[in-house]
Design a binder for this molecule. Structure first.
Ligand SMILES: [Zn+2]
Length: 94
């Protein structure tokens, strides 16, 4: 005599479905946020280097020393002359 198998009622499968959907969405959300965090950590410094700072490096047109500064105009830290940045190169300001 076979035992009476436990039947799933529609309510139980519905609740199971909700739990499964919640679990899956939680997994997807955590994976998504994790990927987002990784992308932000990896790309953040690169993006800030290329986009935000706009810092240029080269030799001072006045004294020839190696200087770095920000566009459009900055001051040489050695000879205190002003340098303008145009077309990725340094120019004197007279
Ligand atoms: Zn200089």
């Amino acid at each position: 005599m076979a035992g009476n198998p436990a039947k799933k009622t529609p309510v139980q499968s519905f609740i199971k479905g909700i739990f499964a959907a919640t679990f899956l969405s939680a997994v997807f959300l955590s994976v998504g946020s994790f990927l987002l965090a990784v992308i932000t950590i990896v790309l953040g410094p690169v993006a800030s280097l290329t986009l935000a700072t706009q810092s240029y490096r080269g030799s001072c047109p006045h004294c020839g020393n190696d200087v770095c500064g920000h566009a459009p105009v900055f001051q040489c830290h050695l000879c205190k002359n002003k340098i303008s940045v145009r077309d990725n190169s340094f120019h004197r300001i007279v």
